[in-house]
Design a binder for this molecule. Structure first.
Ligand code: HEC
Length: 110
């Protein structure tokens, strides 16, 4: 059997790293799938539209603290873009997208 090193200190360090990150997931996004949200955003070309006015491939539109100050407002904004533009997303999909945006750009804790 090959010997794989699993030093207890390394294990403890890894757990310390994972702990706080996991704990930062806001309650609203506990059951969401950010990776699914990312996929949906590419499919619906959200960034393609934003890129017509905003730089960095449209990603400069995501400005925490300007119009959006917390998880609730972020979640609502995704619904607004969806409803206004008839992108036909299910509510769970909107939550997945909001979770992805929060993880990648907004970093709200609640
Ligand atoms: C047809 C164009 C268009 C499409 C498609 C679109 N949006 Fe938007 N989006 C806008 C405009 C316009 C704004 C308002 C920008 C402003 O004036 O602050 C906006 C703003 C936003 C904001 C707020 C950014 C901030 O921090 O203030 C989010 C989040 C957002 N859109 C998400 C999405 C998502 C997710 C999708 C795809 C499911 C999407 N949008 C599709 C045009 C679009």
């Amino acid at each position: 059997m090959p010997h794989t090193s699993c030093h207890p200190m390394l294990l403890a360090a890894a757990l310390l790293l994972v702990g706080p990150v996991g704990a930062q997931t806001p309650d609203a996004f506990k059951d969401a799938s950010p990776s699914q949200g990312h996929k949906l955003m590419s499919e619906r070309q959200c960034d393609a539209c934003h890129a017509q006015k905003w730089g960095n491939d449209g990603k400069d539109i995501y400005r925490p603290g300007t119009h959006i100050h917390n998880v609730n407002e972020l979640r609502k904004r995704v619904t607004q873009c969806n409803t206004g533009l008839n992108l036909n997303l299910f509510p769970e999909e909107e939550t997945d997208i909001a979770a992805w945006l929060n993880e990648s750009y907004y970093h709200f804790k609640n």
